[in-house]
Design a protein around this ligand. Structure first.
Ligand SMILES: *Cc1c(COP(=O)(O)O)cnc(C)c1O
Length: 225
């Protein structure tokens, strides 16, 4: 009997990460696979949970709120990442729901998160999102403003662990991965969330500690988001 297609792709992605890591002299365990489950139903997610996957990414607070509390009750040790834009009025819900927020990208969000973290006594892992391609439609801090923004977050008492980027669709991603790595290094940030279904192997080569793979595991998403 052939394996379920989601599980086949999942194991394929795991193997490719291990190969890319080994080709760069890195341990496979130094790269966390964030399985991006946005738009996919709980039954698809349960398949990869049963296969041992524990780190997941969602891009909307409301959707995560509907899907994840039930799954958390069934599977211990889940680490849920927010990878979509955050509105300051949702900061409280985001801190309550997510173990990692990858999209800290403006002072208003940093301030709202600082308030909620203190209030809830919960400390999600935080990444600053960098708009490495300076695309007007895309979220993220501009590369030249990132040092000052990280300093501002630190002054607010936030512990920033790393940087995240989504390179422009039509450019060589390696340039963006290299830029993100450079900005992280000069700011003393250890974690790098970069690389998606199309380019995660290249990202591993450039030092990604987190790759965010959605369609490469779960399949085609009907709504682009
Ligand atoms: C949807 C999404 C992904 C996953 O994209 P795929 O191409 O399906 O792997 C990664 N990162 C972010 C921020 C996303 O919104």
């Amino acid at each position: 009997m052939s394996e379920n297609p989601i599980l086949m792709r999942y194991h394929g992605v795991r193997d490719s990460i291990a190969k890319a890591a080994s080709a760069s002299g890195r341990q496979a365990a130094s790269v966390a696979l964030v399985a991006v489950s946005k738009t996919f139903p709980a039954e698809d997610i349960a398949l990869v949970l049963a296969a041992g996957q524990r780190v997941f990414g969602e891009n909307r607070v409301q959707e995560a709120k509907a899907k994840w509390p039930g799954l958390r009750d069934q599977y211990p040790g889940i680490e849920l990442h927010l990878i979509g834009p955050l509105q300051s009025n949702k900061a409280g819900e985001a801190v309550a729901l997510f173990d990692c927020i990858e999209t800290v990208d403006r002072p208003k969000i940093a301030e709202a998160l600082a308030v909620e973290i203190t209030k809830q006594g919960k400390h999600p892992i935080l990444f600053v999102q960098v708009n490495t391609g300076a695309e007007p439609q895309k979220a993220g801090v501009l590369p030249e403003e990132t040092d000052a923004f990280v300093a501002k977050c630190r002054a607010l008492g936030l512990h920033i662990s790393g940087l995240m980027c989504i390179p422009p669709a039509d450019e060589e991603p390696a340039l963006h991965f290299a830029l993100l790595e450079k900005i992280a290094r000069r700011n003393g940030l250890a974690l790098l969330s970069m690389g998606m279904s199309a380019d995660y192997e290249a990202a591993v080569k450039f030092g990604a500690t987190h790759v965010r793979v959605g369609s490469g595991i779960f399949g085609h998403r009907p709504q682009p988001m």
